[in-house]
Every structure is written in C-alpha cells, then in structure tokens.
Design a protein around this ligand. Sequence first.
Ligand code: ATP
Ligand code: MG
Length: 397
Amino acid sequence: MDWPERLVMVRYGELFLKSESVKHHFIGMLLRNIRKALSVACITCHFETPRGRILIYGDNPETIADIVSRIFGIVDVSVCIRTSIRLEDICSKAVTLASTNLHKDMSFAVRAKRQQKTGLNSQELGKLIGSAVYNHIPGLQVDLTNPDYELFVEIRDFGGLIYDSRIPAPGGLPWGTQGRVLALLSSGIDSPVASWLMMKRGCEITHLHLDAGRWAGRDVTETAIANHRKLSGWCSGNPLTLVIATSEHLFDSMEQCRIPSRYRCVICKRFMQRVAGHLMQKEGALAVVTGENLGQVASQTLANLSVISEATQVPVLRPLITYDKEQTVTIARMIGTFVSHPGDLTCRAVPNMPATAAVLETVKSCEQKMNIDDIVKKSLTDIRLITALNGEIISET
Ligand code: ATP
Ligand code: MG
C-alpha cells in the first residue's frame, strides 16, 4: 500500500511498564479509543502499530493530532514526514522540513534514533543528517544542549519518520481500562478536576450532581452541566452521562427539624454519598469520587472527612486531597473547566461557622430526626439524565 507522506505519530508512556499481555490489551483499548474519537469527528484513518508507536494516516494530520492529543494513555503526538529507508531520502526530507522552520542565525540539533542494530549508529546518523541541514541553510549553529530548533529522526525497518514538534498529551491510562467510578460533580473548580484526574487513570465516569433548588445559587446547576459537557471532550469519543438528583428537600428538612446549622455541610456531604451509593450498582460503578481537599474550606477537616466516609460502604476517592488550590486551578485552566467570572454559585445553606470536628453520633441523631432514608429515596424519584459526547450535549431526559 502507498501511504501518504505525512502522518501522525503517537507515543504512549506508562503502558510500557506492563507485562506483554496487559500491554497488548491496553494498546488495544487505546487504539479503540483513538478510532472512536476520530470517528465521532467524522475522520477516517488507517493505522499501523510498529513497536512502541501508533501511526495514523488520514487527511489533515494536524486535525488528527489535535484530537488525539486529548486521549488518555498518550504522552505526546507529532505530525511526521515518512520517508523510505534510503539515507539520501531521509536527508533530503529532513532538509525540506527544517527549511520551513529553521532560519539563519538559529541554533539547532538533530536527535536521531534507529531501530536497526547494524550500519550507522544513532549519533552518526544525527551527525550525517545534521550536516545536510547545516550545509543547506546558511548561518546555522549546532547546539546539542539548548538549541532553538530540534529535528527528530526515527529510522525504523520500514523507513524514516521525521518531525520537529511534539504536542503534549495527558498521559495516564486509556479510558476504560480501570472500571467505572461515580464522580460527584458540582459547579466549582475542584470536582471537574477530580473527575478528569480519574479519567486520566483509565476510569470510565458517571457524573452525579445534586440540585439544591432554592438553596443553590441561580447558576449552580447550569454551571455543573457546562462542566459535564466540557469534560465529555476528554472521553475519547465515549458518551458521558450526568445524573441530576434533587437535594432541595434535604435543606428544607434540616430547616424544619431545626438541625444546628453548623452540621449542614457534613450532613449534606453524607447525603450525597448515600445518593451515590444507591446509583452505584445501576451504573456499575466501584467507587465514588469527590473534589474534596484537606483544609481548603473550614468543613474539610480530617475529622469531618471520616464522618462523611462513614455514610457509605464503597471507597471514596479524593484525588485532590493534597493539592494546593493553585495546582487545581492550573489543571482546570488546561482542561477548559475554569471560568474566571462565574455567575451566582453561592450555596445558601452554608453556615458562618461550620463544624470542624463533627461528632458522628450527633450527626447520626440529626439524620434520624430528619428521616434521612426517606429523603434519599425522594431525591432519586425525580432524576434528570444528560448525555454529552465530544463536548456537546446529545440527549436530555
Ligand atoms: P468544588 O469542590 O468542586 O470546587 P464546591 O467548592 O462547590 O465545589 P465543596 O463544598 O468543596 O464544593 O464540596 C466538596 C465536593 O463535594 C465537591 O468537590 C464535589 O465533589 C461534591 N459536591 C459539592 N456540591 C455538589 C453538588 N451540588 N452535586 C454533586 N457533588 C457536589
Ligand atoms: Mg471545593
């Protein structure tokens, strides 16, 4: 088959650490995810999988590279020129590519790698290709430590691959290799990042948002839906479901039963765990994920987190537990969920002085007084489902 000259080369990282059979399985999942992500964007492609790489051939390699650079399990992506195995061909294509981006007075380096164990070694190849470039473009300097421009050449059994840029991808493990989790998604900055980090570790996700009605700021639920939509752009072409259940009556009940306001946050978080617990089996989820952090807000103390975890039997994963806010914000910006001017997201139920060391027995007796099991059931009788794919909402019931 005659392949087009330009193609996309995908590098994967951590998968290398796996045993042969696991690696084979994970690469299969990664390929499936790449195919899905490209097919929902209506792009048809051909693939090759030489050792350690995935090569993608299709029209418009730049668009393919852009889509693929959002797929978990991939470390980076390059648009390459493919050449024959002949050295003259490799040198002349290297010169052609370098000529577009490397100019007079710039320093450069050629980083060559070869698969064959005979013939010129990688260093000799680098020198040879480097000389061809040096002789063709006047006024260059070679700088192997800190060059203005790098040209990468990989020589494989089937020919050469030449490129000069690497688009970073998120790394992690392919979507779907680690089972499903139920992620509690709010309108805030933290929980979308927590959900994204779990996707990055290969988990499939179902989102759950609790709509507190009149107790929530005007824009809370819409912002949570927007977070859900944006996160669906990171699911490798897989649909992402958001379950919205109601929690308004929880706060009404806390008010009616005169529950001390300082316990509201802990009772609210325990309630979310309970609702999540009821949905887990139906969704096939094995753990709950939250954006909780240690010490970020007054209610996020170790004592409170342990009282919250007590409300559920399943593992509660808190990927942001050790993060500084700035680290979380950096990721939120990178993944597209950070909004610099959020609307009205204030929770009207948050007390001035939340309990920082809630006592489990006291919390439990408050919950008994409110008939918490009935409240949980009620919240599950009226749910909305919103499915998003590739950054767009595709169904709503
Ligand atoms: P975030 O922590 O996501 O920035 P937040 O600050 O509004 O949102 P917190 O009170 O810090 O929320 O809640 C801690 C965690 O509880 C959130 O990270 C999220 O996982 C979950 N959570 C909070 N509110 C909701 C909600 N309305 N629906 C679903 N999950 C929620
Ligand atoms: Mg928070």
